[in-house]
Design a protein around this ligand. Structure first.
Ligand code: PEP
Ligand code: MG
Length: 581
């Protein structure tokens, strides 16, 4: 028996064995004390050491970001280095330590505050953005002065399994992929954006352990079982041996399934099911293509703006073109930014809301910040000139929103025509259906939409009034709740009646457990992370539509969600023991 078993929710599958690393984030405490004449030299040396260490850290992060993400994101750190290497600031700190005989943390704090205050009063966006750099450098310097352990997960010295109370989506996107074997968080649910990024990066992850971090010490040996959603703390030798075998079996299964790449995605009764990819970061492109996807069904464009201010039109255009060219002639559905909710960026901080998921999120944010929206639309439309781009608006909840968004899009088209800039005149404009009001009004919304994409992550959240990242209520979050099944049925009926194509791009599209349910409900296009494309395709190729429909009929006649859930789990597990644990 292990010392302890921690339970959570699998966010990204896989098994990893390794050493625990407790990530506490950066809590900056500034010690303030006076020093004696004899201590001055030592204090200056402490400062020089911390400065050198911080520079090294930033250069490391910068090259890692350039390697694994994009060069543009890496450039963010150039300005960090410029501040660190500014000889005037360095000399000022040294002089003040000498003159004022205060400890260096105190001096640095005063200098940073002074710099921030002077920048804050300048009417220049570029300079104001440097405030963030200064406060980031300040935190790093203080942490290094106090020899606090890593404050970021972007660069680690050895392979570890990270345990944290919480990780933001951008913390996750910047993880040191060479050294983070897996991660475990107290907070979060399966459809949080942190979980989505973990799947995109193919890092096994368990979220929603509630108090996982209090059951772990740095250096504990742990097994992360991202199949069952458990963590074994200090397992026995037998348990380790057993898990090493399971790990090898998973690899073999993946290898076996990879043979499906070029086989058609059709059911036994010859119904074709299209599989598209969901993309957040450019580095996922080849994984998605290697898994045989037909194109991109959901490009979550907001991840371009992570850790940075909203980029200009040209930068965005270049980023979209990377994906558009890569998949050409296959289609790429670019969704305009869905910020807010659990995706809080510097530029969304103006909206401090009591219920962020019910607030100024997604299309609401874009319509409230029309200049940003227009810039993004210009970039997407220009990227459509090869005619393989579709444009999609997230979280439409009223008819007015789609009318408004279409109107602005038409204005941008006029602008581009006048400027003689190329774009696809017939670009398709679609909407995400992820709010109950949109599902109920889907027939009407079809009038204004060239296609629908069902965002089940949010549809489940909003239908059942369950926070998709809330671990306390995670037990209520269930896609087979009768109300959700009815919503999905309704959307599909509207799509058929109005001749508007529909796909499903929420996480259940890529969960083998729900493949038969979605097929039985009538969906024929699924968009998902590459992780589960093979298992889903294997299921598609082994079932008939008739049996899927019968399964849905049975589920819709079960009264309680827990009974429906157990029925489905048993049914699919029995039929596909290797694919659904
Ligand atoms: C969804 O809600 O299902 C969806 C695909 O959008 P996101 O997960 O980005 O909110
Ligand atoms: Mg959504």
């Amino acid at each position: 028996m292990p010392d302890k078993i921690i339970r959570g929710i699998t966010a990204s599958p896989g098994i990893r064995i390794g050493k625990a690393f407790l990530f506490k984030g950066t809590k900056v405490v500034i010690p303030k004390y006076h020093i004696t004449d004899a201590e001055i030299q030592g204090e200056i040396e402490r400062f020089e050491d911390a400065l050198a260490k911080t520079k090294k850290e930033i250069v490391g992060i910068q090259s890692q970001v350039a390697r694994s993400l994009t060069k543009d994101l890496a450039d963010i750190f150039t300005s960090h280095l410029m501040v660190l290497e500014d000889p005037m600031i360095e000399q000022k700190a040294i002089d003040q330590v000498r003159d004022e005989k205060k400890n260096v943390e105190w001096i640095l704090n005063d200098i940073s505050l002074e710099l921030i205050k002077s920048l804050d009063s300048i009417e220049d966006d570029y300079l104001r953005e440097r405030i963030l750099d200064i406060s980031d450098i300040h935190k790093r310097l203080i942490a290094n002065l106090q020899e606090v352990e890593h404050t970021t997960l972007a660069k680690l010295d050895e392979e570890v399994i990270v345990f944290a109370a919480e990780l933001t989506p951008s913390d996750t996107a910047l993880l040191d992929r060479d050294n983070v074997l897996a991660f475990v968080t107290n907070a979060g649910g399966k459809t949080s954006h942190t979980a989505i990024i973990a799947r995109a990066l193919e890092i096994p992850a368990i979220v929603g352990t509630r108090n996982g971090t209090s059951n772990i010490k740095n250096g504990d040996r742990v097994i992360v079982d991202g199949v069952k959603g458990i963590i074994l703390v200090n397992p026995t030798k037998d348990e380790i041996r057993d898990y090493v075998t399971q790990q090898q079996e998973l690899l073999l299964l993946e290898h076996e399934l990879s043979k499906l790449t070029h086989l058609p995605s059709v059911t036994l009764d010859d119904t074709e099911i299209k599989i598209f990819g969901n993309i957040e970061l450019p580095e996922e492109m080849s994984q998605i293509q290697d898994h045989g996807a037909e194109g991109i069904g959901l490009y979550r464009s907001e991840f371009l703006f992570m850790d940075s201010f909203l980029s200009d039109e040209e930068t965005q255009y270049q980023q979209y073109m990377k994906v558009v060219n890569f998949f050409y002639p296959a289609s790429v559905t670019i969704r305009t930014i869905d910020v807010g909710g659990d995706k809080v960026y510097g530029f969304t901080e103006q909206y401090k809301e009591r219920n962020p998921f019910l607030g100024c999120r997604a299309i609401r944010f874009s319509l409230a910040n029309e200049d940003m929206f227009r810039t993004q639309l210009r970039a997407i439309l220009r990227a459509s000139h090869k005619k393989n781009v579709k444009l999609m608006f997230p979280m439409i909840s009223t008819v007015e929103e789609i009318i408004w968004a279409r109107k602005i899009t038409n204005e941008i088209k006029d602008e581009l025509r006048k400027e003689k800039k190329d774009f696809d005149e017939n670009i398709q404009l679609g909407i995400m259906i992820e709010v109950p009001s949109a599902a109920i009004n889907s027939e009407l919304l079809a009038k204004y939409s060239d296609f629908f994409s069902v965002g089940t992550n949010d549809l489940v959240q909003y239908t059942l009034a369950v926070d998709r990242i809330g671990e306390q209520v995670a037990y209520l979050y269930n896609p087979v709740d009768l109300s959700v099944l009815k919503m999905l049925q309704l959307i599909n009926e509207s799509s058929i009646k109005k001749g508007v194509p529909v796909s499903v791009c929420g996480e259940i599209a890529g969960e083998p457990l729900y493949t038969m349910v979605l097929l039985g409900l009538g969906f024929r296009t699924l968009s998902m992370a590459s992780t589960y494309m093979y298992p889903v395709k294997r299921i598609i190729r082994s079932v008939t539509i008739k049996e899927c429909e019968e399964l849905v009929d049975t589920l819709m006649n079960i009264e309680t969600t827990s009974d429906a859930d157990s029925y489905l789990q048993n049914y699919v597990r029995e039929k596909f023991p290797n694919l659904v644990k």
